[in-house]
Design a protein around this ligand. Structure first.
Ligand code: IDP
Ligand code: MG
Length: 144
């Protein structure tokens, strides 16, 4: 089984602003291969569960509102060193701190509305991928 995968969401602001094509181009041009992808809208229960780790934070309610207000693109990506390389590609949580050329520097409006999600560990990448996709929806490029 391959484990060099990460999970991403192009958040509602990216869809609303028409940035999906440009962001996907940047992701694939950076060497990530798409293993699973869909347009979907999270329910409030979905977002609360997905971000449960932040439930005590002051921005939790705002985060759930934001993530449920419109459709997202959810995707599983594959590459050597996927999780770390994708975190580098998206940049810091706050676009004001994000490096030049990163997705958040280019497309995020604020620390809250920051265009994309990227898993923060291999373990969370697997959990988050399975939150959005069944095994049958995850393409395997290595079938015999
Ligand atoms: P990450 O997305 O870079 O991993 P986390 O700290 O895991 O950042 O926070 C999850 C999401 O919660 C962020 O991507 C952002 O949308 C939102 N968020 C984080 N910190 C703040 C804040 O201080 N104010 C408002 N929203 C925030
Ligand atoms: Mg995080």
């Amino acid at each position: 089984m391959r484990t060099d995968r990460t999970f991403t969401m192009l958040k509602p602001d990216s869809v609303e602003k028409g940035h999906v094509g440009a962001i996907l181009e940047k992701i694939t041009a950076s060497g990530f291969r798409i293993v699973a992808m869909k347009l979907t809208q999270m329910t409030s229960d979905d977002a609360k569960a997905f971000y449960a780790v932040h439930s005590e934070r002051p921005f939790y309610g705002e985060l759930v509102e934001y993530m449920t207000r419109g459709p997202i693109i959810a995707a599983i990506l594959e590459k050597n060193n996927a999780m770390e390389d994708f975190r580098t590609l998206i940049g810091a949580t706050n676009p004001a701190d994000a490096a030049e050329g990163t997705i958040r520097k280019l497309y995020a409006a604020s620390i809250g509305e920051n265009a994309v999600h990227g898993s923060d560990s291999d373990e969370n990448a697997a959990i988050e991928g399975a939150f959005h996709f069944s095994g049958r929806e995850m393409f395997c490029y290595f079938r015999m």
